[in-house]
Design a protein around this ligand. Structure first.
Ligand code: FMN
Length: 225
């Protein structure tokens, strides 16, 4: 059975290889796909490659896929914000219902050891679906907390890989508001160990960029000789 378990649109599912050594826990990998494209998507293709290498390196790893095209995530509304900032013990059934999608995404993220995000740059930033996901996982008391010294991220001990594809915008240039934003928001929730794979300005040199991005993936996730 393939260790890669792709479930478009489902909240969470995992499979574990019974043969994995008991002493080395297999990592849980959470894959987030933000491209609205499928077959022709460079970010999805590179994430496939990266995850194949992660799973080869750690047999028994399981992969939960959150394809942001599969289910429309709710956008924040005033009642949802009210529910966010109501203490858990004071929440009504309506609050709990409003928090359902966010709670599910937060649980999915908390359960992950490794987060892999694949995203295009759309209009110089992240796709709206990825922003919606970020708005649902950035939760006071759940993924960060306020302290006397300012906010502190709670999702420590995780590693993230972010694959970014773009047509012309150079990743991390002054007009890229996706890469720096993702780095910042991940750190805000405590994910500070982040590696970026960029397949940027693809219109100029698609083949060359794919070769470079693949080499970067091989360097980040080396395989046994
Ligand atoms: C709605 C839309 C907006 C886009 N905006 C930008 C942009 O601001 N900068 C850029 O370099 N490319 C932009 N692109 C091009 C995509 O980033 C590029 O095609 C990328 O490969 C898409 O990722 P994917 O191949 O994983 O689908 C845009 C594409 C679309 C469809």
């Amino acid at each position: 059975m393939s260790p890669i378990n792709r479930i478009a649109g489902s909240l969470t599912t995992r499979e574990t290889d019974a043969d994995a050594p008991a002493s080395v826990p297999a990592p849980h990998i959470l894959r987030i796909d933000a491209s609205m494209r499928h077959g022709g998507s460079t970010s999805r293709q590179l994430v496939d490659r990266l995850i194949d290498r992660l799973v080869t390196r750690s047999p028994g790893a399981d992969v939960t896929t959150r394809d942001l095209t599969a289910t429309a995530l709710p956008l924040l509304t005033e009642p949802m914000i009210g529910a966010y900032f109501t203490k858990p013990e004071d929440r009504t059934d309506e609050h709990r219902a409003l928090l359902g999608p966010s709670d599910a995404l937060v649980a999915e993220l908390k359960a992950a050891d490794i987060l892999v995000i694949g995203t295009p740059i759309y209009n110089f930033g992240v796709p709206a679906a990825l922003k919606a996901w970020i708005d649902l996982i950035t939760r006071a008391g759940e993924t960060f907390k306020y302290t006397e010294n300012g906010p502190v991220g709670l999702l420590t001990g995780k590693k993230a890989y972010v694959v970014i594809a773009s047509g012309g915008t150079r990743a991390f240039s002054e007009i890229d508001f996706a890469g720096p934003y993702l780095r910042h928001v991940l750190a805000f929730v405590g994910v500070t160990e982040v590696e970026f794979v960029t397949a940027d300005a693809l219109m100029q040199d698609l083949d060359g960029k794919l070769v470079e991005a693949s080499a970067r993936i091989a360097e980040l996730v080396p395989q046994a000789a």
